[in-house]
Design a protein around this ligand. Structure first.
Ligand SMILES: [Zn+2]
Length: 188
């Protein structure tokens, strides 16, 4: 979805569009597959359906204000038990785009909140795609509440188990205290 600056009216213009998940998945998993020893390595992330985006572009002098939201769904294995998870992903993008001039280097785009447009065009799809990919979580875990239901990586759960033991221990102590307190009056 590439928009020419000259096509944006003074009141701004809203666009709704969908992204193709295929190229996004190729991009997300390119580095991973290159480093994997087997070419059959499963993708760590898989965008499902077509991510949907809504973008409002307004022109302020030579700058373009990019306000967008996007929703997507992706599949990734639970980091504890490796079960496939389908999770929602929502992003909000708020950028001021400036015309790229000779001195500007690509690194400058990393500056949060600012970006560039070139040749009087804004590639809305590329901007949304970038932000969706950046919003993917490093670690995703399923809702399995117990070690048995989500047990692949016991080490990862160690801290959770300890927390549970501590809690149950506290409860047992509390019960013992209550019994003793209850018992004292009966002995008297
Ligand atoms: Zn799990």
């Amino acid at each position: 979805m590439i928009i020419r600056i000259t096509d944006i009216p003074p009141e701004g213009r809203t666009f709704e569009f969908e992204l193709e998940p295929g190229p996004m998945n190729d991009r997300v998993n390119a580095g991973r597959q290159a480093s994997a020893s087997k070419t059959t390595a499963a993708p760590e992330y898989l965008f499902l359906d077509q991510p949907k985006a809504k973008v409002l572009l307004t022109v302020q002098g030579s700058s373009v204000h990019f306000q967008g939201t996007a929703t997507a769904r992706f599949r990734t294995p639970c980091s504890r038990c490796a079960e496939d998870l389908d999770l929602p992903l929502d992003v909000t993008v708020n950028l001021v785009l400036k015309p790229r001039v000779g001195g500007a280097r690509p690194d400058d785009v990393e500056d949060l909140g600012y970006g560039y447009y070139e040749d009087q065009e804004v590639d809305c799809g590329a901007i949304i795609e970038e932000h969706l990919i950046l919003a993917l979580p490093y670690v995703a875990t399923c809702d399995a509440p117990t070690v048995e239901q989500c047990s692949r990586a016991q080490q990862a759960l160690g801290s959770l188990q300890r927390t549970d033991e501590a809690k149950s221990g506290d409860e047992r102590f509390a019960i013992l205290r209550n019994l003793r307190l209850d018992g004292d009056p009966n002995l008297n």
